[in-house]
Write a protein of this length. Sequence first.
Length: 262
Amino acid sequence: MTILDKIIEEKRVEVERLLTQNVELRSEALSRPSLFKTLYEAEHLQVISEIKRASPSKGLIAEGADPVAQAEIYVNAGAAAISVLTDTPFFKGSFDDLAAVANHVDIPLLCKDFIIHQVQIDRAKHAGASIILLIVAALSDRELTELHAYATASGLEVLVEVHDAEELQRALAIDAKLIGVNNRDLRTFTVDLKRTEEIAALFPFHEERVLISESGIWEAEDAQFVSNAGARAVLVGESLMRSGNVDETLRSLQVTFSEVVR
Ligand SMILES: O=P(O)(O)OC[C@@H](O)[C@@H](O)c1c[nH]c2ccccc12
């Protein structure tokens, strides 16, 4: 059993609990700018900055981090959006972290979790997120289609995460606009930025879609590599959480675009 299977198993328990507890998850209409628009109109590589306390591959990263203080640094350093991990058992995040950040920043906000049921989408929106993540590898075609439609109808944007050519086709089949390549294999934890290059070679850049490169971005050179391949944004967690100068690290990643996306 892979770690992804274990996480999904845990999510099924979480969903059962949410459904039986009948938690009140109605929420107001959203008022955050569109991430798609922000990225599509950008003039240089954009950074989606993540609040990440721990991960199954790295263990503790920054357990005691203050998500609000971290988010404020991200905003001031020009982050296009903020991602907050909300899974507790494996990532030590929470919906309290997400809600706290939501109350302090007004840029696009991603609820980073393993979504397998609509009730999790309601919960993400309730906590103040404007974007949810759907991981193609964790979902059947039917689940992917239904959850994508449900989130979109709820007024949320959806980042659809892929790892190979077949998953890219599944993302395109549901007309995903924001497509993320995870450079980390969620089954083996191997990180390879060439994943972005491979997917970019198959990506329909002439259509109104945005390619985002996720994971394993540490320095400007990494950012430039995926930017040259055609990414409009990077999703960065660990290097920002560990940085002694978050502002400087984040600014250094906002490199120039390649011709591919112009
Ligand atoms: O810490 P990194 O290597 O910069 O990675 C950030 C982000 O891409 C990673 O946290 C991530 C990408 N997709 C995910 C899906 C679930 C959990 C986490 C992730």
